[in-house]
Design a protein around this ligand. Structure first.
Ligand code: FES
Ligand SMILES: [Fe+2]
Length: 490
């Protein structure tokens, strides 16, 4: 069988071996979903995406059959199961898995099914008392290594000759990395190290593995899962969707101030990269505030006030990525910027001094990592990490098991903890109304508020494709191209 990555390598070989322009075009277009047998409605185009990928039930089924069944996916954060025998359940489509901490350093993943008559062994999260996993139907029992220890009237099964393998729990491949538990349903998947390699250094240097939950919400949304996550792949939407964060550009867009001096919106400074395996990132490029470039905050305002007021919008609008304690530290700098320094550098200095005092892990202090503050790392196919100074907001998006027009959007606000802080278990808060200001903060509410309208529009008979900006929206295209290597594999 040709796996998705074998296939892509094959495509690359074709592209590299071909000396004529034509053979390259053939290989590339085939790799991006334009092969002759691939339905027109599902094509990934050079400048856009056909809408069938977002609205067709058959396409969603193909994703379950060929993507979710083969790809590494984040099933949990480690702080969902901090103590030995803690478990949590992960669902994708009609498949259910449970994860259990079998000892202090080991997490195991099992298919959530009793080998007797198929009962799902767990729901939600909890702790297996004394490490006993007990089926609620007839009481068969296993340990956290998956070995069976009890069957009522065992002699009645298979003439009394059931062997251990007949009744052991079925284990899945499982890797703990960056504070996530990644699983794979494929028994012979792409090696995890190879899968994660393009983003490993970024995640390591940002200390994502040390992030612990501050809060975690699960939000039902009325759009395809890809529509939901693609809303967070670019800064291009910021002026129209979050006008409070980009007032000059928003005034221009909404006609409040069409005359005047609108030149560049801040998010023009965002840089985008796509990586192998479908991963990607955006980041501040040369424009990071934390490297001294804070001029744009300083119009008619004390620079500390200007920067702090802007960051306060993020605290009030998300309570993630930038936290109140960070802004409070920033405000202590008012009138205290030495001649030979600058605001960005001083802010970084006080953040790190405070963290050192509390013995709190922080990101590596390099220009590249500073440029990631306020940026995003995308781990294919559905995980987004938005880091800052020892904090990160994390999104995970999953399709609805039955409805291509719905999905589940999770937000984790995480931060590294002082050495002395207690390690508590992460518990999800399930939101019932994504429009409720008491349940969802302003900034994600503005983003999620677009999704229903996008999904509705994608059903219009008048639209065949969406258009993608070649630079600002390149992470979206990279994601779909990688999806095609899975979906089109034999
Ligand atoms: S179905 Fe689980 S013990 Fe019978
Ligand atoms: Fe947004």
């Amino acid at each position: 069988m040709v796996g998705p990555h074998d296939k892509r390598q094959h495509m690359q070989e074709i592209a590299m071996s071909g000396s004529s322009q034509n053979s390259k075009v053939t290989a590339l277009s085939s790799a991006s979903g334009s092969g002759p047998d691939w339905p027109e409605r599902w094509k990934t185009l050079e400048h856009g995406i056909r809408v069938g990928r977002y609205v067709d039930e058959d396409f969603a089924q193909l994703e379950y059959d060929k993507l979710w069944s083969k790809v590494w996916q984040a099933a949990a954060r480690v702080d969902e199961i901090p103590a030995v025998n803690d478990f949590t359940t992960y669902e994708i489509g009609d498949q259910s898995v449970f994860l259990v901490r079998s000892d202090a350093d080991t997490i195991k993943a099992y298919h959530n099914v009793c080998p007797h008559r198929g009962t799902a062994l767990t729901e939600g999260a909890g702790t297996f008392d004394h490490g006993n996993i007990i089926c609620p139907f007839h009481g068969w029992r296993w340990d956290t290594e998956g070995a069976n220890h009890y069957i009522l009237a065992r002699e009645e099964f298979k003439n009394g000759e059931l062997c251990a393998a007949d009744v052991a729990l079925k284990e899945l491949q499982c890797e703990v990395y960056a504070g996530f538990v990644f699983i794979n349903f494929d028994s012979d998947p792409q090696p995890f190290d190879e899968f994660i390699a393009p983003v490993r250094e970024l995640c390591d240097d940002l200390n994502i593995g040390e992030m612990r939950h501050y809060w975690w919400k699960s939000i039902p949304v009325d759009s395809n899962w890809k529509v939901a996550q693609e809303a967070f792949f670019e800064g291009y939407h910021v002026p129209a969707t979050h006008p409070q964060l980009e007032t000059a550009a928003a005034d221009f867009i909404y006609g409040e101030k069409i005359e005047g001096e609108f030149e560049e919106y801040n998010h023009h400074n965002v840089a985008y990269d796509t990586f192998d395996n479908g991963h990607g990132r955006f980041y501040a490029g040369k424009a990071s505030n934390y490297q001294g470039n804070v001029k744009r905050f300083a119009i008619n305002k004390d620079p500390v006030d200007a920067m702090a007021d802007r960051l306060q919008l993020l605290v009030d609008g998300m309570d993630a990525q930038v936290l109140q304690a960070d802004v409070d530290l920033l405000r202590t700098l008012k009138g205290n910027i030495p001649e030979d320094s600058n605001l960005g550098a001083e802010y970084v200095r006080v953040l790190y001094a405070d963290a050192a005092e509390k013995e709190r892990p922080m990101p590596k202090l390099t220009p590249e990592i500073l440029s990631m503050w306020g940026g995003m790392i995308f781990i294919f196919p559905n995980l987004l990490i938005l880091p800052q100074a020892g904090n990160a907001m994390i999104y995970r998006v999953r399709p609805h098991p039955e409805d291509v027009n719905r999905s589940t959007f999770e937000i984790y606000s995480t931060r590294t903890l002082p050495a002395a802080a207690p390690r508590e278990r992460a518990v999800v808060e399930v939101v019932d109304n994504p429009d409720d200001p008491d349940q969802v903060y302003l900034i994600p509410r503005q983003d999620l508020g677009n999704l229903k309208r996008i999904q509705k529009g994608l059903h219009s008979r008048s639209i065949r494709q969406v258009w993608l900006a070649s630079y600002n929206e390149k992470i979206i295209l990279g994601m779909h191209q990688e999806m095609d290597t899975y979906l089109q594999a034999e």
